[in-house]
Design a protein around this ligand. Structure first.
Ligand SMILES: Cc1ncc(COP(=O)(O)O)c(C=O)c1O
Length: 395
């Protein structure tokens, strides 16, 4: 981590899983736990007004980073909830079940709600990516039908970091009059996401991937001249958040989300360039010093902080266990409660031995050059050691 007293006994390279709260974000949040503790829905006194004002300021800041209007932002508990609200909400508001399109490489927080809708009578098409992880937009067009109500495709993949052709998808959906939902969790704050230019109708984002707190997110819901897409609220209990998400607002969390978004807006470009350079250095060392490795997913259309690599003859779990001081991930950390090999790596057509040897490196705001040199050296050493133990790589 950043700072003078560099501690290489703990190197964090798992920024796709979560990020630390930026100290500037924490500072903003703190007063809202104690002094400014009001309920943003208390409309009859100054404690409530103060909280409501802070929420509205944060709403503007989150909206700004998305290129949206403040009234288009619905605060939620995180992107899992936002995805559920978008998908189940859009289906729930339809008169009868229709057709949904998504991709096999989506996060489970999209795939599971889609499967739930399928069980409720919706027809579902799951598109496969190419070997580079990207969607062929022509194939999306072919999959669209008369009754297609919603397309849900993520902005950037949480495992292999590939960035989908969102703008083309948005344009196609617009042309066909189909709602476009985008899980933009990994791209938001790292890339210039813009709901207008990208043609997005519904977009899920979360604070804890952009140096904000856990447990707060948002769903962008377009409000065009003809009104917003109809969404059925997934909870009952009050008219908060434009009737779409009841419950007392998490004011400190929302304030933190707003600050985190504002910082990303200001620093994203410079930070992205710095992080991409470190990522490229890591790749260069691993590819240069080891044989039989591969990079998974497109290197061109990729998040600045992502590197996903497979090491032949190595079990990634064993590799991670031999590097306890470095925080890395094998499949998606978000689903590490269930032991199964990555559905994303299988979807891009990787042979089983490459899937078993895949490691995700997630770099972020606090990653330093020193950490990257250290991690590269340790990974090279560990891969060589594990290969010496493997009969195939003997000698
Ligand atoms: C692409 C993607 N979507 C959704 C989520 C879930 O977000 P949250 O943790 O805010 O529920 C994650 C990560 O956890 C993610 O990477």
């Amino acid at each position: 981590m950043q700072g003078d007293e560099k501690n290489l006994n703990r190197v964090y390279l798992d920024f796709h899983s979560t990020t630390p709260v930026d100290p500037r974000v924490l500072e903003r949040m703190l007063p809202y736990f104690s002094e400014k503790f009001g309920n943003a829905a208390s409309g009859s006194h100054a404690f409530g007004w103060e909280a409501a004002q802070a929420v509205e300021f944060a709403r503007k800041r989150v909206a700004e980073l998305a290129g949206a209007g403040a009234r288009e932002i619905v605060f939620t508990s995180g992107a899992t909830e936002s995805n559920n609200l978008a998908i189940k909400g859009a289906c729930g508001a339809a008169k009868k079940p229709g057709h949904l399109i998504t991709m096999s490489t989506e996060h489970k927080a999209v795939l599971d709600p889609v499967r739930r809708m399928e069980a409720a009578g919706w027809r579902v098409t799951v598109l496969e990516p190419g070997g580079d992880g990207l969607l062929d937009v022509g194939r999306l067009g072919e999959a669209m039908r008369e009754d297609t109500a919603l397309v849900s495709v993520m902005y950037a993949n949480n495992e292999i970091g590939v960035v989908q052709p969102v703008r083309e998808i948005g344009a196609l959906c617009r042309e066909r009059g189909v709602l476009f939902h985008c899980d933009a969790v990994q791209g938001f704050g790292k890339m210039p996401v813009n709901v207008e230019a990208d043609g997005i109708d519904l977009m899920s984002v979360t604070a804890h991937k952009i140096y904000g707190p856990k447990g707060v997110g948002a769903l962008y819901v377009r409000r065009g001249p003809k009104g917003a897409p109809r969404l059925a609220a997934q909870m009952d209990g009050g008219g908060h958040e434009f009737g779409m998400r009841p419950g007392t607002l998490n004011v400190p969390g929302i304030v933190g989300f707003g600050e985190a978004a504002a910082i990303c807006g200001r620093e994203m470009e410079e930070e992205g360039a710095r992080v991409a350079k470190l990522r490229d250095r890591l790749r260069e060392r691993l590819v240069g010093e080891l044989d039989e490795v591969r990079v998974n997913g497109s290197m061109e259309q990729r998040l600045p902080g992502n590197l996903n690599m497979s090491f032949a003859g190595v079990d990634a779990e064993a590799l991670l266990m031999s590097l306890p001081e470095i925080a890395l991930s094998t499949g998606s950390a978000c689903s590490s409660a269930t032991v199964e090999t990555s559905h994303v790596l299988r979807a891009i057509g990787l042979a089983e031995h490459w899937v078993r040897g895949a490691v995700r490196f997630g770099l972020g705001r606090m990653t330093t050059e020193e950490e990257i040199e250290y991690a590269a050296g340790r990974v090279v050493e560990a891969v060589r050691r594990l290969r010496r133990l493997s009969p195939v790589f003997e000698g």
